[in-house]
Design a protein around this ligand. Structure first.
Ligand SMILES: *[C@@H]1O[C@H](CO)[C@@H](O)[C@H](O)[C@H]1NC(C)=O
Ligand SMILES: *[C@@H]1O[C@H](CO)[C@@H](O)[C@H](O)[C@H]1NC(C)=O
Ligand SMILES: *[C@@H]1O[C@H](CO)[C@@H](O)[C@H](O)[C@H]1NC(C)=O
Ligand SMILES: *[C@@H]1O[C@H](CO)[C@@H](O)[C@H](O)[C@H]1NC(C)=O
Ligand SMILES: *[C@@H]1O[C@H](CO)[C@@H](O)[C@H](O)[C@H]1NC(C)=O
Length: 341
């Protein structure tokens, strides 16, 4: 069965909390339902492709070893599993873990802030596809539970912070408003995920590929979907969105430059008309205009017309797009493994 909530982590990670309330805003509910069923199907197909790919790639030996000695624990709030909270299950894993530990999380709303320490590798969280568990922390800068009200100061509510490298997320939904997903640093892969937010809702320094994801804006005014923080031209950091869908409310920039060399590419992506004609923002610092790397490649939709784009945005050629549009962008062949369990 394809997990509709499935977090697969491999090496070095740390995340204070992952919040996945199941609530959808009423205006987008219908679309999302259709989207979810479509993507569950697609995920099945993709799992097959990945399984085939697995046989010809060679993940590093520590990962192979971890895989060969896999173990599993069950978290269930009704006491029928090994643990009743996710944190208890995590605490039970050695800090310098060497085997794959699959934490199966039974359906339910888990009100806890899950923290997987950096040294704790080879940990997988997996939920039930037909009734995915919700993990919701109860802690933010000011208020909590990833508020859906937007436009007020101090309401940042990161649903997930991922600071470790080589982490993959399949069919997860991240709900928040400002700063939903802190893609802090490291190599990350997101497939078939929903990320919802208002201001800078995918932000950080990560080197990440987002494939087949749905980015839903809930801003009421003007906001940016991404705030990528690459700070130096020599750093291999940037967000690549491939075959995604960008829609929702308000008026949005695809990205604004948090770092001087901010790098974001959208390819084969449906951009709804809420995308502002200028497309990208330098955050008021014109010195960044010649440093940032903001590219679009074969996008479609009412927001993909590049006629009104800022002069420093790029329409990528095939050659320019190439480095961003495969899992090689995140060295995937060495660590991405078949997500079906
Ligand atoms: C599997 O992991 C357990 C627990 O860490 C360890 O005791 C055992 O030796 C490992 N087995 C193999 C074949 O690595
Ligand atoms: C998954 O959830 C469905 C619907 O609640 C339930 O019928 C099924 O038994 C669950 N599967 C597992 C493996 O827990
Ligand atoms: C959040 O935490 C506060 C105390 O810190 C508690 O009073 C409140 O009930 C919690 N809310 C939820 C939804 O868990
Ligand atoms: C892109 O996504 C669509 C559905 O949104 C899917 O039909 C198609 O196979 C995907 N293409 C690739 C190359 O993954
Ligand atoms: C793109 O936008 C320009 C300026 O608004 C407009 O003239 C042009 O027709 C648009 N192109 C398409 C394909 O919609």
């Amino acid at each position: 069965m394809p997990p509709s909530f499935h977090v697969l982590f491999t090496v070095n990670l740390f995340f204070p909390f992952l919040s996945c309330p199941n609530t959808l805003s009423s205006e987008t509910g219908m679309d999302l339902d259709t989207w979810v069923s479509l993507h569950v199907q697609r995920h099945k197909e993709r799992s097959v492709v990945l399984a085939q790919k697995m046989s010809v790639t060679s993940p590093d030996w520590k990962l192979r070893l971890a895989e060969s000695n896999r173990t599993q624990v069950i978290v269930s709030q009704d006491g029928s599993g090994d643990f009743m909270t996710i944190n208890e299950a995590v605490t039970n894993i050695p800090l310098h873990n060497t085997r794959r530990v699959v934490i199966r999380i039974n359906s339910g709303v888990y009100r806890e802030k899950v923290n997987i320490p950096k040294t704790m590798r080879f940990v997988t969280l997996v939920g039930n596809a037909s009734d995915p568990p919700t993990i919701t922390g109860n802690d933010t800068a000011s208020t909590n539970s990833a508020p859906h009200v937007v436009g007020r100061r101090g309401e940042q509510a990161a649903a997930l912070r991922i600071s470790g490298t080589k982490a993959a997320f399949y069919s997860c939904s991240f709900y928040g408003s400002q700063d939903t997903l802190y893609d802090h640093k490291g190599l990350h892969y997101f497939n078939n995920c929903l990320i919802q937010g208002s201001v800078d809702f995918i932000f950080g320094y990560g080197t990440s590929l987002y494939e087949n994801c749905y980015l839903n804006s809930v801003t009421k005014k003007v906001a940016s979907v991404t705030a990528q923080k690459r700070s130096d031209s020599s750093i291999a950091s940037g967000f690549s969105f491939k075959n995604c869908t960008v829609t929702g409310s308000g008026s949005i920039y695809l990205g604004r430059a948090w770092g001087d060399y901010s790098r974001v590419v959208f390819s084969y992506t449906f951009l709804d008309k809420i995308v502002l004609p200028q497309g990208w923002s330098d955050w008021g610092k014109t010195s960044r205009d010649r440093k940032v790397y903001y590219g679009e490649y074969k996008c479609s939709g009412g927001g993909a017309n590049v006629t009104g784009r800022v002069t420093w945005a790029r329409v990528l050629t095939d050659e320019e797009a190439m480095p961003f549009i495969g899992t090689y962008y995140i060295d995937g062949d060495s660590w991405l493994i078949n997500p079906s369990l």
